[in-house]
Design a protein around this ligand. Structure first.
Ligand code: PA5
Length: 424
């Protein structure tokens, strides 16, 4: 049930010794996380969050989920960044596009996108979860206005109270005021957990419980991750090995990390990872640029760049051992395409050979790579992986010497946009 980190294709780029040489610095970062003595130490609530989630709270959310599913055909989840990506990453990782229908608003301002959703939901029973830690982010605030207007045409004020759920700060921000003033049910985002680390707070757990996800197993995976990946033993802790390896690669000029997967259900997981790593590490001219690829699609476009472009890239594959289904490749009498050699084999057998071939070819082409491998795409392994990634970026951010828990850069566009809009 553990995750595996395969480092075979780092050979010749990062030696075991390079990682061992970082032992003392990793230990300092580890102590700074544990004793809350490093930069950004008021945002370390995520470090022990899984073990602090009460079982009773999970039961309460499961009941909420049942109630909402009973009185609704679908749910709209409103949010952006950390208040959006973890939800979508989890749902698509677990079941692609199937399951209780969830629509996302608040992460873009495209009119056509919103128009299409409102058209689709005209005759549906709709509930809403609006998520914003600050409660003042433009995109979800405007999305919520539009959704409220849409709902007011369908429901009475009393019915709206049953259908709108807010997830926000305990005391601050416009969304807290709106929830309290209108008597909407609300859940609190802890003060000491930043947006991109919040998937296991009500930000993720409320909409995921409504969508019918087994949040109990998700949290169990994260709790086991917390135990396993908080150990200060660089020989055993694969999370710290990953953090140290990527730092060593960065110092050797590999300034871009591409997370690649041969499984399309991981696309939004890589989007979540990009936010976590990009916002945490990229400060003051430092930081690894996080990018992602979904294969085989991207092998036929970005494959050229990976194999043959500027050699400033390393790659981390996300792999899974067992899938939930099999799909045997049909035999054809004429064999015009020559693929009877794999007839009768599971399609995933070929997919796995494509992964092995790609990892080897990219390595030979000068792209060192690692693989994070999990047993299955289930809630438990995802919970574990979330904690793995969060802990690793805490360590690697400290190795880089930055504050991994703030995001001053995202304010710049807001200031200019508010000036253009004439907003104070
Ligand atoms: O990581 C972050 O803090 C940001 O990306 C936020 O998650 C994003 O801006 C949404 O913020 P809020 O939840 O306050 O609306």
């Amino acid at each position: 049930m553990s995750l595996i980190l395969d480092r075979e294709y780092l050979k010749g780029f990062v030696a075991n010794e390079d990682i061992r040489n970082l032992q003392a610095r990793v230990e300092t970062a580890h102590n700074d996380l544990n004793h809350k003595t490093g930069k950004g130490n008021d945002f370390l609530g995520w470090t022990d969050l899984p073990s602090k989630i009460q079982d009773g709270f999970i039961v309460e959310l499961e009941q909420l989920g049942k109630d909402v599913r009973q009185n609704s055909d679908c749910v709209i989840s409103i949010g952006i960044g950390g208040s959006y990506l973890g939800i979508r990453a989890t749902l698509e990782f677990l079941r692609g596009k199937d399951g209780f229908p969830i629509f996302y608003i608040g992460h873009n301002m495209s009119v056509d996108y919103h128009y299409r959703i409102f058209e689709q939901l005209k005759n549906k029973r709709v509930s809403v979860v609006v998520i914003s830690k600050s409660g003042t982010t433009t995109e979800p605030a405007l999305g919520f206005r539009l959704v409220k207007q849409f709902l007011k045409e369908k429901y009475s004020e009393a019915e709206l109270k049953k259908r709108i759920i807010c997830v926000t700060d305990e005391k601050k921000g416009a969304l807290r005021k709106i929830a309290d003033k209108n008597g909407y049910r609300s859940f609190v985002i802890p003060d000491d957990v930043g947006g991109r680390f919040s998937v296991l707070t009500p930000v993720g757990l409320v909409p995921l419980a409504i969508a019918g996800v087994d949040i109990c197993s998700l949290v169990k995976g994260a709790r086991d991750g917390q135990k396993e990946y908080s150990l200060m033993d660089l020989d055993k802790n694969i999370c710290y090995q990953y953090a140290a390896a990527r730092y060593a690669l960065y110092k050797k000029g590999k300034v871009i990390e591409v997370t690649s997967s041969f499984y399309d259900n991981m696309q939004y997981l890589t989007e979540w990872w990009k936010q976590l790593y990009g916002e945490s590490e990229a400060k003051g001219g430092e930081g690894i640029f996080p990018a992602s690829l979904i294969m085989s699609t991207d092998l036929h476009s970005m494959g050229q760049l990976m194999q043959d472009g500027m050699r400033n890239v390393f790659e981390t594959f996300l792999d899974v051992e067992q899938l939930s289904h099999c799909l045997a490749i049909p035999q054809e009498q004429e064999d015009l395409d020559g693929f009877n050699i794999v007839a009768g084999k599971d399609l995933d057998y070929v997919n796995k050979q494509a992964y092995k071939a790609t990892a080897a070819a990219h390595f030979e082409g000068g792209v060192p790579n690692m693989t994070i491998r999990m047993e299955k795409c289930d809630e438990y392994h995802l919970g574990k992986l979330y904690y793995f990634y969060e802990r690793a970026v805490g360590i690697s951010g400290y190795l880089l010497g930055v504050n991994p828990f703030d995001q001053p850069g995202v304010e710049a566009y807001k200031k200019k946009m508010f000036a253009l809009l004439g907003k104070k």
